[in-house]
Design a protein around this ligand. Structure first.
Ligand code: UDP
Length: 239
């Protein structure tokens, strides 16, 4: 028997780095397959899944800007990097028989649909995985903010923020052995303590619209499914 999912519609935010795997940059085909499998597992539970992927494995606006590029140009390059990642994940999912659509915030008719909110919702209702590419389409934003915004727009029940650690800690657990993990946090805690969950724009948006966030470790196999069926892993951020 299928376990019952806790959420009907989720938005899963993956960082670009999640695709690197053992390499130093770019996309690891093996890691891509593993992530696609995680997504497929929850689709099979009947959960409607939207994805937002970062671009940090290819290009990040801030680093371009610190090396003398105009911030906006660098950010647009970062957004294009997220399109590359979205297409890679789409390919991996489709190979597994999961039906997908990529919707880009920057129009690119040959490779992706333009972002159309109502159309995205329609895809989700039909059981397709919708991958939101090119962030918000605006420089000076991040894909975390794009994830929050899209989650709100499609009325997702939760924003799942996939990371490399199993939740939010009081300090970097890799550097400080005394760091403790929070099981739950309020949005204000995150903002006041400057905890590295997502950037403050993204957190504020979730706070103002009561969208819960679950921060969890994507590197452990089966974790997306665990979160979705309501196992108490990671850190929940809410009111
Ligand atoms: N970006 C942007 N606007 C957006 C989303 C992304 O300008 O709405 C750019 C920004 O330069 C960012 C890059 O795209 O550095 C890649 O996204 P991000 O750094 O959020 O990726 P992640 O850290 O999740 O891999």
């Amino acid at each position: 028997d299928k376990p019952k999912a806790r959420y009907k519609r989720i938005l899963l935010k993956l960082s670009g780095e999640a695709l690197i795997g053992d390499g130093k940059y770019g996309i690891s085909p093996k890691t891509l397959v593993a992530i696609a499998q995680e997504v497929k597992d929850v689709v099979e539970l009947g959960v409607e899944v939207a994805l937002t992927i970062g671009g940090g494995n290819i290009f990040r606006g801030v680093s371009g800007a610190t090396e003398g590029m105009d911030r906006s140009s660098a950010d647009y390059m970062g957004m294009l990097a997220t399109v590359i990642n979205s297409m890679a994940l789409q390919d991996a999912l489709e190979k597994m028989g999961v039906s997908t659509r990529v919707q880009s915030a920057i129009e690119m008719h040959q490779v992706a649909e333009p972002y159309i909110r109502r159309r995205a919702i329609r895809h989700l209702e039909k059981g397709r995985v919708v991958i939101f590419a090119a962030g918000t389409g605006n420089p000076y934003f991040t894909t975390d903010t794009a994830a929050s915004l899209r989650a709100m727009e499609i009325h997702a029940d939760v924003l799942l923020k996939a990371t490399k650690v199993d939740g939010v800690y009081s300090d970097d657990p890799k550097k400080n052995a005394a760091a403790t993990k929070f099981r739950s946090l309020s949005y204000l805690d995150v903002l006041k303590k400057n905890l590295k969950v997502m950037d403050s724009t993204a957190i504020s948006l979730c706070m103002d619209n009561d969208l819960p966030i679950v921060v969890f470790d994507l590197t452990a196999r089966g974790n997306v499914r665990r979160v979705v069926v309501g196992e108490d892993i990671g850190t929940t951020v809410g009111k």
